[in-house]
Design a protein. Structure first.
Length: 316
């Protein structure tokens, strides 16, 4: 008989993490443990980590739902449960836990032990200009092949100055920016033109989600390839194809914790490859177990882009 429990952990950031939704000082996450009552020493571990102010399951009844799932774990042993679409982080954690249990509880969530190395981007966190510049200097010194910079939090000219600073020191490095929906109709094209001078690989989510018609216009006219990120959250079933046909983006940037797990992320990947849309996977500040599962998941894929999994050193 299947049994399950969960436990909350709160991880402290080494340095407060600046995001478009404020400063994060800590990171709550919940761990699922699933086992068969006949062999309790063998258990599967899964991580449920909704992102504050971004995940649709960042809500007061999250733990209540976790307890309901634990109390009815036999029912939830198949992850294709429609009532869990409102709790994508729980779907992610369940899928992890059952994959782990199936592999004997050795934290082998996907694939084999010997997987290929994965190229990842170095992330520049939001902050004041001096703080961001110090991060850039460190990444350039370490020899990263790709840098991703969060923009939209400080003065736009200062952000352009930082991009210029990178390009003056390395003209070859792949350079990505993530606006997290910071631009609006009045300035988006002007800002995209200004950013294009720095030979950017792509920009993620230049405007807020749920503006499909305008986002399509941006994808058509932008001098920089567009990646969809927040746009993909809470979109399921036939809506996925409708979104891609309506917007026609150049890239998809996928966070499985926010999208409802690996099986639903696979649906996005299959549709993207059908339509020749490139993609990569990004963590959403999971702890070590979630990152390990993401690494193993991505290790099974045909990689053509730098992945966004470089968040493992952020916590104390």
């Amino acid at each position: 008989m299947l049994k399950a429990s969960f436990k909350k952990e709160v991880f402290q950031f080494k340095i407060p993490a600046g995001t478009s939704r404020g400063i994060l000082k800590d990171r709550p996450t919940w761990f699922f443990k699933v086992w068969d009552s006949e062999s309790p020493e063998v258990f599967g571990l899964g991580e449920c980590a909704p992102l504050v102010k971004l995940s649709i399951d960042d809500r007061p009844d999250f733990e209540q739902k976790l307890q309901e799932v634990c109390d009815n774990i036999e029912f939830y042993s198949s992850i294709n449960r429609h009532d869990l679409l409102a709790f994508p982080a729980i779907r992610f954690g369940l899928e992890m836990a059952f994959n782990d249990l199936k592999s004997g509880g050795h934290r082998q969530y996907f694939g084999t032990v010997n997987q290929p190395e994965i190229p990842i981007n170095g992330l520049i966190w939001m902050g004041d200009e001096a703080f961001m510049k110090s991060q850039i200097d460190q990444k350039l010194k370490e020899g990263w092949g790709c840098i991703k910079m969060k923009i939209g939090a400080i003065d736009f000219q200062k952000e352009l100055n930082l991009l210029s600073y990178i390009r003056e020191r390395n003209s070859k490095i792949q350079l990505r920016v993530d606006a997290n929906g910071a631009f609006d109709e009045s300035d988006v094209f002007q800002k995209l033109e200004a950013l294009a001078k720095y030979d950017l690989h792509s920009i993620e989510q230049p405007i807020k989600a749920h503006q499909w018609e305008f986002m399509n216009e941006i994808c058509e006219k932008s001098p920089i390839p567009i990646g969809l990120d927040e746009e993909l959250i809470n979109v399921y079933g036939s809506k996925k194809l409708e979104l891609l046909d309506s917007i026609q983006p150049q890239y998809l940037v996928m966070k499985p914790t926010l999208l409802g797990g690996f099986d639903l992320t696979n649906e996005w990947i299959d549709l993207a490859e059908e339509k020749n849309i490139k993609w990569w996977i990004t963590s959403s500040l999971e702890a070590g177990e979630g990152l390990l599962a993401l690494k193993q998941y991505v290790g099974e894929k045909r990689l053509s882009e730098f992945q966004g999994l470089g968040t493992g050193t952020l916590f104390v």
